[in-house]
Design a binder for this molecule. Structure first.
Ligand SMILES: C[S@@+](CC[C@H](N)C(=O)[O-])C[C@H]1O[C@@H](n2cnc3c(N)ncnc32)[C@H](O)[C@@H]1O
Length: 382
């Protein structure tokens, strides 16, 4: 059949042809790619997942997709898990993972293209910080069903194949309220279809678990119904860590720069303050039209305080709406200060340009929070 003829067919018909031809992974392709696959008439080449299952020490194992620069995996390793496979589709992230976990199998490429079949029924924990861009757009249901690839649905497909004892997904807090709560409901319902797991979710603020940063993230945890112990989320700590606990003797590292004008403005802003601390003429000048819009806009020209946890660190250290100036100096946080606040050890190395390093750190699950989650998951597996 010619490409032109195939192009006239509905997607449902193309999907049916893929089934007949035993073409895998077609759901995560766009129409042009599906047509190409059908014309080739052969199954897509999956990335072969390396397996050295015989070398695995006698402790708990995990696979992580979308592992980024490795905050979650570093924490899980600290809690006693061994990585069987770490995956990301970003080259710098993969190099960072390889550098810090030379013993791990790092697979660089889309999670949608990996052959997970060697791991069926052989993994304790399947996890991932699966990005779900559709949550920030209108119409979550369309997002989840979008065959161009909602990775959340892909994760569920891998889950149904690998059938780990426990799974965990980390995501942004907005997931809970997106589409009036329908998105999270659809995800949990889809995960529940196999009937194999008890599934729960909770939004955790990292600052309540030993991390000097206010960072709220949702953790969905599923445990096999055959396990005898129920999963419990970590217990909040009575005392919060603050920046003065971590911003001392930080090793030298690259740092983004402010313009001279911004440096002069920050000289007028105290710790914990922001644009509201400027004289009114400078406020109007800096904010322009947003001066008249509502909302606190406290992220604008924000200076962190040594006596508080940091605001949530983002992928870039300096953006007009979301500044996080160093508490004592007129500059953004350095790469290593970022890493300290995300509770990475000082010897954890990030590969790539300065911007790439900020991004890997800003995207990460704080290592200490991941460690705490790992300890709670282990209790279910023991
Ligand atoms: C929020 S970050 C994960 C951070 C990680 N959990 C940590 O603690 O460091 C999401 C990651 O997903 C990766 N990613 C996006 N699409 C992907 C795909 N199709 N396959 C694999 N990784 C993907 C991005 O490169 C990014 O590093």
């Amino acid at each position: 059949m010619s490409g032109q003829t195939l192009n006239k067919l509905s997607k449902a018909m193309l999907f049916q042809m893929c089934e007949t031809l035993n073409i895998q992974k077609y759901k995560y392709r766009n129409k042009t790619e599906i047509i190409q696959l059908i014309m080739q008439g052969s199954p897509t080449n999956l990335i072969a997942a390396p397996t050295n299952l015989t070398d695995v020490p006698n402790n708990f194992t995990f696979i992580e997709v979308c592992a980024g620069g490795g905050g979650l995996s570093a924490g899980l390793i600290k809690s006693g898990f061994t990585p069987l496979l770490l995956n990301d589709n970003n080259k710098d992230c993969c190099k960072t993972l390889q550098k810090n976990h030379p013993e791990a199998n790092v697979v660089c490429g889309s999670m949608a293209d990996i052959d997970f079949s060697p791991y069926v029924d052989k993994v304790d924990l399947l996890t991932g910080g699966v990005p779900c861009q559709s949550f920030s757009q209108a119409g979550a249901r369309r997002g989840l069903d979008d065959p161009r690839g909602d990775l959340m649905m892909k994760f569920i497909e891998i889950l149904n194949l690998v059938r780990p004892k426990v799974f965990m997904i980390e995501n942004v807090k907005g997931l809970l309220t997106h589409d009036g709560g329908n998105t999270i409901k659809t995800i949990i319902d889809t995960m529940n279809q196999s009937g194999e797991y008890n599934i729960q979710y909770m939004c955790l603020d990292a600052s309540k678990f030993g991390v000097p940063q206010k960072r709220e993230r949702v953790f969905i945890v599923g445990t096999k119904k055959s396990l005898t112990t129920d999963f419990q989320y970590p217990v909040e700590q009575p005392c919060k860590k603050v920046l003065k606990d971590v911003l001392t003797d930080v090793p030298a590292s690259p740092c983004a720069k402010y313009s001279n004008d911004k440096i002069e403005l920050y000289k007028l802003i105290p710790q914990g303050g922001c644009w509201v601390n400027l004289p009114e003429d400078l406020q109007r000048q800096y904010l322009g039209n947003s001066f008249y819009s509502g909302g606190g806009k406290r992220g604008i020209l924000h200076r962190l305080s040594m006596d508080k946890p940091a605001l949530t660190l983002l992928c870039t250290p300096s953006q007009k709406q979301t500044e996080r100036c160093h508490p004592l100096e007129e500059r953004p946080l350095t790469v290593r200060e970022y890493a300290r606040i995300q509770t990475f050890d000082d010897n954890y190395e990030f590969v790539g340009s300065m911007n790439s390093q900020y991004k890997q750190i800003g995207n990460a699950v704080p290592v200490t929070l991941a460690h705490r989650m790992g300890e709670c998951i282990k209790k279910v597996l023991m």
